[in-house]
Design a protein around this ligand. Structure first.
Ligand SMILES: *Cc1c(COP(=O)(O)O)cnc(C)c1O
Length: 355
């Protein structure tokens, strides 16, 4: 099936005249710049930030292209992955008319973004072991279904999603399949980016917020066909990635060895945390994780969450989430943090629940 993006696009977006910034109209780097109403003297801060940044982040994309083994033209950068999610709704989903398919329990932003954009969500829950139900998903599709959001490794469950099931959606759904790979760096699963040339309806999201330790900078990546990236570039705010972010991430990529060391440390700590928790007899289930967190089922999870806060240890309470009943989501910390968590958990169970 040859996928054609054009019919999927909202008509007014197809006809939109995008904003052209000063840095669009003149892209040279040298000259006397009197075109963008910037401050010519520099900045109030020690370092200068007075010039508008590259709106298409070309230097940064060139480096990302190398480490991700994609073409520069297949990369979109957003102010966090959240920006890419929002732009997808704005580009493809007509408010009050179109719908998207979500696969709960999953990342909450898809639903929030759908709500902001007044787009219906159709929910097909994952199975008890957090895998897709491809036939049910495809059955829920109608002519107004624009996007299916798949998260793999999934948040909050941590597992990787069966590759064959995602491929089935890519083959049989004539709309956009988003594969959110925010946690791919912690998994042995290959990225779906290798399939970009095969599937025109594939968009892969990754982020600098997790493995790279750059959550505060807000930099999310989307990888897709050149045509799709062009659409996102047309509708994004002109200077959506700050100059400081572009420079800092460029420097980070030149230091790619460090991210590999950090990932190895986090994986080691994930196994440690898993081993320590598996020795506590009140722990009912530790879900398999391909991410930097563990979803753990324990009795009285809601109370334990509150008691942990008393000990100044903050985890995520997922106990009211469908299929995550009585579960806490615990991010992998440093050895000292993980030990403090384990100690606090033991104390809570001995004191509060006499176990
Ligand atoms: C953390 C996370 C992201 C990253 O979001 P940013 O906006 O890039 O920080 C994306 N998707 C999922 C599933 C996440 O858990």
């Amino acid at each position: 099936m040859k996928f054609d993006l054009t019919p999927l696009l909202r008509p007014h977006i197809a006809n939109l005249q995008p904003y052209t910034s000063a840095r669009d109209e003149y892209t040279g780097k040298e000259g006397i710049f009197l075109d963008a109403n910037e401050n010519p003297y520099g900045s109030v801060t020690d370092e200068d930030h007075n010039r508008y940044p590259d709106p298409y982040q070309l230097d940064l994309k060139q480096e990302i292209a190398k480490i991700k083994e994609v073409k520069s033209s297949q990369i979109f950068l957003g102010n966090g992955s959240d920006e890419a999610i929002d732009l997808l709704f704005r580009a493809f989903c007509n408010p009050g008319k179109d719908n998207v398919i979500l696969l709960p329990p999953t990342y909450g932003m898809y639903e929030v973004s759908a709500g902001i954009n007044d787009v219906e969500t159709r929910k097909i829950p994952l199975t008890a072991d957090f895998q897709l139900q491809p036939d049910l998903i495809l059955n829920a599709v109608d002519e107004n279904t624009k996007i299916i959001f798949v998260c793999s490794p999934n948040n909050p469950s941590g597992n990787k999603v069966n590759r064959e099931d995602i491929l089935k959606l890519l083959r049989e759904f004539n709309g956009l399949v988003v594969v959110d790979e925010a946690y791919i760096d912690f998994s042995d699963e290959p990225s779906f980016t290798t399939l970009l040339s095969e599937y025109g309806n594939l968009l892969v999201m990754q982020t600098f917020s997790k493995a790279w330790g750059l959550a505060s900078l807000r930099l999310g990546m989307a990888f897709a066909s050149k045509k799709m990236i062009k659409i996102l570039n047309r509708i994004k705010p002109p200077y959506n990635i700050s100059g400081l972010t572009q420079q800092t991430v460029l420097a980070a990529i030149r230091n790619v060895d460090k991210v590999n060391v950090m990932i190895a440390d986090i994986l080691q700590e994930r196994e440690y945390l898993k081993k320590e928790m598996s020795q506590l007899d009140f722990v009912e289930k530790i879900h398999p994780s391909h991410a930097n967190f563990l979803l753990v089922k324990i009795p009285n999870a809601g109370h334990v969450y509150d008691d942990l806060i008393e000990e100044k240890i903050i985890v995520r309470n997922r106990s009211k989430v469908q299929l995550c009943e009585e579960c806490l989501r615990i991010s992998v910390g440093t050895r000292a943090e993980n030990d403090a968590f384990i100690q606090a958990l033991k104390k809570i169970y001995t004191e509060s629940f006499n176990q």
